[in-house]
Design a protein around this ligand. Structure first.
Ligand code: GDP
Length: 482
């Protein structure tokens, strides 16, 4: 057997093309895939996951467990053994065999729990590939779980959200989605749509037994209710985005009021630095700062990180752009000086936006009275110092209240995924068309077209109507080994 496997390994792709049947076992001709599932980083343990029918037989020649061939190992047990290739021991490991469908991919799976050194894992993985497995594509284990029906598409996407969650709330939401809260809701909506469509179709086919008289009137409130439910999901999506991606926060103010000092203060706040994301343009940098349950996405659109000579050129247009794109504006004035006309102009820019007015440099003594300004401007106003940090805690508390994170947390289904949002919008539009069809008295078969449109859009969320392209695109965003 090992000869056949070694021969197959000479294929540059490591594809198991032409691999002989293993140990007389009838193999389903599907690739066996393998990857380091714990990432190529140093850690206590690292796992090489091998998935596909025949995974145990493929790994058997590499695994030495005292007195036992891996193909005879009991599923769901951990065995202590050695991983060896051509007589050379690569590592000591704990080895688990999982039987379809009781594994992550719902396929036969072997997990080699090795020591977590990048080189060790690389060597073990290479040995498995030489034995005939193919390197898994990013997300391919999860893709197989989806294709094998263990997860639907929205649940599979939740896996990625869970891995990338960097707040407690994002994690909670991803877990709910992974456990099917979204899918359940979407399935319930689809079931109603299907029932209505089926009835209309039946009545059109068989008018003697099913009558559509008065059906329009009966169905109207039900469709309105469906649309309202979808709209409620949509309205959760802004909160969802805030939760998943953080609050896009613009710090806006005249030059030298202390914007970059505030940014630096926030980034130094407790355990605050989360990520540094290079923006799409060369000169934009986004920083995320985490404060308790909040993630503020601070972008330097206010010119925070421009080189010295351009700082002065940041005009009101730039500020307008920053305000437009923000979920939250922190408008900064230099509180140690009397406000200038430009300060007030910036305040006007913030109309209709969640914004807080920060009077900075409070340590130098304030020229303005925050309480009076609060009355005058209708904006919450805080005396702060980006130099010594005074007042900033109060600002962050207020932000937490503004975004009602506790309330968001209580929502059973929170849409965080932009793909889902777009599809919900399509479904709502299709239902609006259906209601319009009812209002116009057009024939019922038009109605079924609209209802089926809504049905399909919702189906794409959970992957029931999804074509291969979409599926590939979604899973390609996953990380290696997942
Ligand atoms: P920006 O142009 O708005 O980004 O302003 P900077 O953050 O570069 O600050 C301009 C100047 O004000 C620098 O010299 C800072 O050290 C100073 N500054 C910023 N915040 C404070 C503060 O709260 N108190 C005092 N005393 N000085 C500050």
């Amino acid at each position: 057997m090992s000869e056949g496997l070694t021969a197959a390994a000479s294929d540059a792709q490591g594809r198991p093309e032409g691999r002989p049947l293993l140990k007389g076992r009838k193999m389903v001709r599907q690739d066996i895939i393998a990857a380091v599932s714990t990432g190529l980083i140093a850690g206590g343990i690292g796992i090489v996951r091998v998935s596909g029918a025949g995974a145990a037989a493929l790994c058997a020649p590499l695994v030495r467990i005292r007195g036992l061939d891996l193909t005879e190992a009991q599923p769901n047990h951990l065995y202590y053994g050695k991983i060896a290739e051509n007589g050379a021991v690569l590592d000591e490991a704990l080895i688990a065999v999982l039987k379809a469908p009781h594994s992550y991919t719902a396929e036969d799976t072997v997990e080699l729990q090795c020591h977590g050194g990048p080189l060790v894992l690389q060597r073990v993985l290479e040995a498995v590939l030489r034995a005939g497995a193919r390197l898994a594509e990013p997300g391919e284990f999860t893709k197989r779980a989806f294709l094998n029906g263990r997860l639907d598409l929205s649940e599979a996407e939740a896996v990625m959200d869970l891995i990338s969650a960097d707040t407690e709330l994002a994690r909670e939401t991803a877990v709910k989605q992974l456990q099917g809260a979204h899918s359940e809701k979407i399935r319930a909506l689809r079931a109603v749509l299907l029932e209505k469509t089926a009835f209309i179709e039946a009545a059109l086919d068989d008018p003697e037994h099913y009558s559509l008289d008065g059906y329009g009137e009966k169905i109207r409130p039900e469709l309105e209710d469906l649309k309202a439910q979808i709209e409620a999901l949509l309205s959760s999506s802004d909160n969802g985005r805030v939760l998943a991606e953080g609050i896009r926060t613009a710090i806006v103010g005249r030059p030298n009021v202390g914007k970059s000092s505030l940014l630096n203060y926030l980034l130094g706040f407790e355990r605050a630095i989360v990520t540094r994301i290079p923006g799409t343009t060369r000169d934009t940098i986004e920083e995320s700062c985490r404060v308790g349950q909040l993630v503020l996405k601070l972008s330097d659109t206010a010119g925070i990180r421009e080189s010295e000579d351009t700082v002065e050129r940041i005009g009101i247009d730039r500020a307008r752009e920053a305000v437009r794109d923000a979920d939250l504006v922190l408008l900064m004035w230099d509180g140690s000086q009397a406000p200038e006309p430009e300060d007030r102009a910036l305040l006007e820019l913030c109309a209709g936006k969640p914004a807080l007015l920060l009077l900075n440099k409070a340590d130098l003594g304030l020229q303005a009275d925050p309480a009076a300004l609060e009355k005058e401007t209708g904006r919450a106003c805080f005396a702060v110092s980006a130099r010594d940090g005074r007042g900033i805690g109060a600002v962050l508390e207020r932000v937490q209240e503004m975004f009602r994170l506790e309330e968001i947390r209580q929502q059973p289904v929170l849409v965080t995924n932009l793909r889902h949002k777009a599809l919900l919008q399509d479904a709502a539009a299709a239902l609006e068309n259906a209601l319009e069809t009812l209002r116009s008295g057009a024939p019922e078969d038009f109605l079924t077209i609209d209802l089926l449109d809504a049905y399909r859009s919702l189906g794409l969320i959970i992957g029931e109507e999804a074509g291969e392209d979409l599926i590939n695109e979604i899973f390609s965003k996953f990380c290696m080994g997942k």
